[in-house]
Write a protein that binds this ligand. Sequence first.
Ligand SMILES: [Ca+2]
Ligand SMILES: [Ca+2]
Ligand SMILES: [Ca+2]
Ligand SMILES: [Ca+2]
Length: 438
Amino acid sequence: MKSWWVVVGVLAAIGCGSDKEPKGTNGNGGGGDVSAGGGSDPGAAGGMSAAGDAASAGASAAPGGAGGQRAAAGTGGGMSGGTSGDPCSTTSQGAFEEPVSYTVGNAAGPILAVDLDADGHLDLVAGDGSSKPIRVLMGKADGRFTPADEYPTTENPIGIAVGDLDEDGHPDLVAANSGTALVTVLLANGDGTFKSNAADYTVGTYVNCTTTGDFNGDGHLDVAASNYYSDNVSVLLGNGDGTLKTSVAYEVGRKPQAVTAVDLNRDGLADLAVANGDSNTLSVLIAKVSGGFADPVDRAVGTSPWWVASADLDSDGSPDVLTVSPVSDNVSVLLGSASGSLQAAKAYKAGSRAYAVAPVDLDGDGKFDLAVPNRGIGTLSVLVGKGDGSFKAPVTHAVCETPTSVAAGDFNGDGRNDLAVTCQGDGVVQVLLNRCPK
Ligand SMILES: [Ca+2]
Ligand SMILES: [Ca+2]
Ligand SMILES: [Ca+2]
Ligand SMILES: [Ca+2]
């Protein structure tokens, strides 16, 4: 049996990371993605995303958050207040409460918000680019979280995704382990803990991101993962019992950094959108009814795209796609159409070394806004959405020094979307509760 809310709510939730540096920047690791084997900069990255894929289940993502189960994404920030364009300009101290920090790994990049124990409160899942565990923080009614519990994967889980792979109604986790060319499936017990028999599946070299969706339309969730050094994505069809078939590789652009599942042509089969870090493109792979995928169609986006997300930004029923560039410091928005093709990207400025993007309604007007952590300057940019797929100039909020990823959802159940930001180096996730007026 399939738990519908899981399918609708968290199908494409992903959190990805990479310890590669985007070309053209000189971050901690000294730039360049040329260091084989990884490791120069534990962290770069991460992101979050999510809202979108409701499309895979035939529904369109709603920008609102309150619902609880969806893993929307967001951003947030600290204490700047009141400038024109601020989503909460009527408050004197800004949109968010003082951040509350929770310890996770030093190389924490990816983060997801999902209700693991079905208690109505979103929980947080954080990956780690420098060690083995995934960390799980259980949400409480007041928007606070328990200290992290650790679940081992094989090595450097810099990408994470959720989905009910064994169809027991509980969202399970998939980790992309960059250090081992493996994805790990952690099956959930439904109370926030995971079974001890985690299973590993071979994918490509330096797998950095993973996502779930039903690509072949058999009703069972499948897994896809992007392989940085293999220039492809691996697709592992699900058997419905928590196990996966042997991976099949599909070529994409150079150095894929992130992948998300989204049903772009709304035929009931989840498709793939892949950010190619070294091609400066987005590859779209439309799933075929006969199995597999059509050849990729590429669209130019910002330089060294680092993250990909999807949501129906203009509420026309067709999912749209976003990438973020830490070199161009902007978000590329590609609006979808009923046929599944994407329009040319429009760029929206974010901040220095924009690292991830989360579409989420932060000001409560029912329209998607964008939350973007800026790793270069320790800020989060909020781009208020106009509802037609375009966005206002960013409002900047101060957060931790090196924010790399963001997840969103209504953590405290007050009907407003809150944010969780991972802080690389600080080894924490900052939770920012939204206090915009309703
Ligand atoms: Ca929960
Ligand atoms: Ca399937
Ligand atoms: Ca499709
Ligand atoms: Ca909004």
